[in-house]
Design a protein around this ligand. Structure first.
Ligand code: PGA
Ligand code: ZN
Length: 481
């Protein structure tokens, strides 16, 4: 049972305060923290900030921390952490608001994730009985799969951000992200290798073309060069050149997060919105944008476009999805909000959900919206926020819900790698759980638990090599998983 919940204020990857929680049960302490976005929308759950301009420029979260230490701790003490829906409902009841602004979505989410981790650990004793097994806990992804009723676990295709722009970088690129999807990898481990190699080739391409000073990175680790004109094409050409240099060819596909709302002015899209010398020549009508996307999908291996239009332009996103050129992801369009997802399904407005857990606010609600999307045969991308912590929960969430896609930034920067490295670890963990499990148990004398220490992970990697392949990397099935 939950014995105590204690929160503190920490800093996220942007150096801005966020909430960290230590949740205690008889099994130990379970830690989680809340991420934060740069493009927060009006339909998402609200993070509670102090607003006192004299402290952290108004961004302190001491009120959210106090809400946990005083109210949430009292409400949850004595509860069973395996009953995630009850834990989450208790906080929703305590908050009483639609957008979780009373306690703060940052407070509620961090506790919800910590409870989920505690729930996985709690399951060990009840489900596994012998003394040998008593040191084992149920892996977090497995616990999440149980909560959602899923049985087909798999490892997602990572969407690595190679070029950052929009609100995530100080360059003149209007669009937010150019990503690569190593769909042709055979294993997650190989996908990571492909991502890393392409990233470093891109760095070399940019250095040769513009100089090393254009290799600064954006908030999620993507390279952020200033591109001269026709921003989409120039950025895409750089990425294409990097992919060519790797030799992986069509095994790597391209995805865009246009985040078009951020440069939509009235009915026009200003591709020069961040350029100091605005010429006005790069103003595009929605029809121009559609033509441009059609051309780009012809000229580059683009398989996914996120937020191609303003977040309230339901008609054009529906029209564009209907063309069937690529996966059309709703992020700002949906804000992970169940009502907006329901509407998008009804109106066939897009065909994939970008899930940001802090926008919906609890693990239970995140599982529910993924179910909605899956039932509608949509793709699902579990996503980071631009302000991150080293919490790797979304890695387990993505494996446990078999979402097929994870977007956690570039293959660089610690807070981004925390997620990808966790999936790497899970790739060995999953192979362990398949047919090799009894053998591994014997070899390692029972010390194979979820949160293995690094040395054990390394040993597992060696054993994996010895045993061959058992874990399933979704690869080409990234949308159907
Ligand atoms: P955000 O961006 O976390 O800054 O909102 C992420 C995204 O748009 O995908
Ligand atoms: Zn987005």
């Amino acid at each position: 049972v939950i014995t105590k919940v204690k929160a503190r204020q920490i800093l996220d990857s942007r150096g801005i305060p966020t909430v960290e929680v230590d949740l205690y049960t008889n099994k130990g302490m379970f830690r989680a923290s809340a991420p934060s976005g740069a493009t927060s929308g009006m339909y998402e759950a609200i993070e509670l900030r102090d607003g006192d301009k004299g402290t952290y420029l108004g961004n302190g979260v001491s009120r959210a921390v106090r809400n946990i230490n005083e109210k949430i701790c009292e409400a949850l003490t004595g509860m069973d952490p395996t009953l995630q829906a009850h834990v989450d409902q208790a906080m929703i009841d305590l908050d009483k608001t639609e957008k979780k602004n009373e306690l703060g979505a940052n407070a509620i989410l961090a506790v919800s994730i910590a409870a989920c981790k505690a729930g996985a650990a709690e399951k060990e004793a009840s489900e596994l009985s012998t003394w040998l097994f008593s040191i084992l806990s149920v892996p977090l992804y497995k616990h999440i799969a149980d909560l959602s009723g899923k049985t087909n676990l798999n490892l997602p295709v990572p969407a690595f951000t190679l070029i950052s722009g929009g609100k995530h970088a100080g360059n003149n690129l209007a669009i937010q992200e150019i990503m690569i999807l190593p769909v042709g990898a055979k294993k997650f481990e190989e996908a990571v290798q492909m991502g890393s190699e392409t990233y470093h080739h891109l760095k070399a391409v940019i250095t040769e073309k513009y100089g090393a000073h254009e290799c600064n990175v954006g908030e999620d680790g993507g390279l952020a060069p200033n591109v001269a004109r026709h921003v989409f094409r120039e950025g895409l050409d750089l990425v294409k050149e990097a992919i060519d240099r790797t030799g992986y060819k069509e095994r790597i596909k391209i995805a865009l997060d246009v985040a078009a709302t951020d440069f939509c002015i009235g009915t026009k899209y200003d591709l020069d919105s961040k350029s100091p010398n605005k010429s006005g020549q790069n103003f595009k009508s929605v029809e121009d944008m559609i033509e441009m996307y059609k051309e780009l999908c012809k000229d580059y291996p683009i398989v996914s476009i996120e937020d191609p239009f303003d977040k309230e332009d339901w008609d054009h996103v529906k029209y564009f999805s209907g063309l069937g050129l690529c996966q059309v992801v709703g992020d700002d369009l949906l804000m992970s909000n169940p009502k907006r997802i329901e509407r998008a399904i009804r109106e066939t407005a897009c065909n994939a959900l970008l899930l940001k857990v802090n926008q919906v606010g609890t693990v239970t609600e995140a599982i529910e919206v993924v179910k909605m999307a899956k039932d509608a045969h949509w793709g699902v991308v579990v996503s980071q926020r631009s302000g991150e912590t080293e919490d790797s929960f979304i890695a387990d969430l993505s494996v446990g819900l078999a979402t097929g896609q994870i977007k956690a930034g570039a293959p660089c920067r610690g807070e981004r790698l925390a997620k990808y490295n966790q999936v790497l670890f899970l790739s060995t963990d999953l192979s362990m759980l398949s047919s090799s499990f009894p053998y591994l148990m014997k070899m390692c004398g029972g010390f194979l638990a979820t949160n293995l220490h690094q040395e054990v992970v390394l040993q597992l990697l060696r054993i994996e090599e010895e045993l061959g392949e058992h874990s399933i990397y979704v690869g080409d099935d990234w949308r159907q998983s």
